[in-house]
Design a protein around this ligand. Structure first.
Ligand SMILES: [Zn+2]
Length: 476
């Protein structure tokens, strides 16, 4: 098998991926700021990160994945104040909603998901270290700032040229776009009515950027293999993370920086005022299958911007259905020849995909090539199905297991046709053979009442069944 390659934003080129300590891989992904429901642009990034992790695991690597939850920053504090709630109460609600959404979309849960507010001691220790090493200074009001002029490599990730004397220019807010950069805040002195914690510099609270450096190094060590996020985080967030972490440790912070491009809706930037803003829940209440949404978010290469449309979402739904149909054709046929109660999944546990598909993902997660190969393979399978023997059918089930391992579409999650259904299906086929259609109708309805669909085979072919995909009842 070939080598794995990723595009590293810092070195601005595709590089062979070599973990520091194989087969372990440490992966840090910037989690949500829990001030609202996450939108599909956020989930595009999370879906890419999920694919990245699944692919590394598919290749036999052991990924330790940390995704933080930003539950204290400018936006969460403003939101809590607006709703007259405590910060914890306000953020707990959106944290819960986020975890539900991630589950709905079939994302693997991170190994650790630390809250920023649970990480204050780590944050304080890191700020102190930066002060001790003269990369940070305490202002008159008790806020602490990072001195960017002190860190020579500042601007490398975002390719910003910092000419002129930037010393003294300061920025207090978490999100900013100053071209020249500025001394950014690590610890903000407490303001009236805001949540605060004790610190050696007086009461205050952390800035957003220091939170990620602290949580990443706490849970994954001083140097991580991969740090990923949306491209909007390159500056200032990730630039500042590098400055903070490397100044504190003197070691490289991250070996590979991976960034996903943004998502557009109907070719335009998504915004609430434009009326083209979708949360996951907005789409679920419209009746879209979460796996169709997942596929739509995954199926464009992460370094291309994704143009999201409802038309495209429908097409994604058709592809998911196509995969589903083919899988159930395979499973029904193999079930029919197995002893009752035998789970086919047990004999096809280890999933696999075609070498072309695997190679496509090795090439910087080239999902477009992967999907093209996948669709070709499905066409071939559908053609070959009628002539397939047991070994071929098992191979087919194994393919869908592999596909699920990589894409997480949950196609082959159910890998046994229950004995009861198989028995009725047999009676159904017999009734049809005898042209007793009133009886076959009754039997069909009996099967459908249990959440399964019957699909009649072509002449001379057996009828098959398919589990109806879950219906989602989401309240917003
Ligand atoms: Zn972050």
């Amino acid at each position: 098998m070939g080598e794995i390659k990723f595009y590293d934003t810092l070195q601005a080129k595709v590089r062979e991926f070599r973990p520091l300590d194989p087969p372990e891989v440490t992966l840090y992904t910037c989690g949500p700021t829990v001030y609202n429901y996450a939108h599909i642009g956020n989930f595009r990034t999370f879906a890419f990160e999920d694919l990245l992790r699944r692919f590394l695991e598919f290749k036999g690597l052991r990924v330790r994945h940390v995704m933080n939850i930003t539950d204290v920053d400018d936006k969460t504090i403003a939101g809590a104040a607006r709703e007259k709630k405590s910060l914890r109460e306000y953020t707990a609600f959106y944290t819960q909603a986020f975890l539900e959404d991630m589950k709905t979309l079939g994302m693997l849960p991170p190994n650790v998901q630390p809250l920023a507010t649970d990480s204050i001691p780590d944050i304080l220790a890191l700020v102190q270290k930066l002060i001790d090493r003269e990369y940070a200074y305490v202002a008159d009001d008790g806020s602490v700032y990072y001195r960017i002029a002190q860190f020579e490599r500042y601007g490398r990730l975002s390719k910003k040229k910092l000419d002129g004397n930037v010393a003294g220019a300061r920025v207090d807010v978490d999100e900013y776009e100053k071209e020249e950069g500025a001394d950014f805040v690590l610890w903000k002195a407490a303001k009236e009515g805001e949540p605060s914690w004790d610190s050696p510099w007086g009461k205050g609270r952390p800035g957003w950027h220091i939170e990620c450096s602290a949580m990443c190094m706490r849970h994954l060590g001083e140097t991580v293999d991969i740090h990923a996020g949306g491209e909007d985080l390159i500056f200032p967030h990730h630039e500042n993370e590098i400055a903070q972490s490397e100044a504190a440790t003197g070691k490289p912070f991250v070996h590979y920086w991976l960034h996903a491009k943004h998502l557009l809706v109907n070719g335009e930037k998504m915004s609430k005022s434009q009326g083209n803003f979708f949360t996951l829940r907005d789409l679920l209440v419209k009746g879209y299958d979460p796996m169709a949404i997942r596929f739509a978010l995954l199926s464009v290469h992460y370094r291309h911007s994704l143009n999201f449309t409802l038309e495209g979402l429908k097409e994604s739904g058709e592809i998911v259905k196509k995969l589903d149909d083919c899988y159930w054709q395979c499973l029904s046929r193999i079930s029919a020849s197995e002893a009752p109660g035998k789970a086919v999944g047990k004999i096809a546990e280890k999933g696999t995909v075609t070498p072309d598909m695997e190679r496509a993902l090795e090439d910087d997660l080239n999902v477009a090539a992967f999907v093209a190969n996948m669709l070709e393979h499905i066409t071939d399978l559908n053609k070959a199905l009628p002539g397939m023997g047991r070994a071929d059918l098992i191979e087919c089930v194994r393919f869908f297991k592999g596909l699920d391992a990589l894409l997480g579409l949950d196609i082959a999650a159910i890998d046994v046709v229950p004995d009861g259904i198989r028995t009725v299906l047999g009676q159904y086929s017999d009734a049809r053979k005898a042209k007793d259609f009133s009886r076959s109708d009754v039997l069909r309805k009996e099967i459908e009442k249990t959440g399964w669909l019957v699909k009649d085979g072509r002449p001379g072919e057996p009828s098959t069944v398919k589990k109806i995909r879950r219906v989602w009842d989401i309240k917003k």
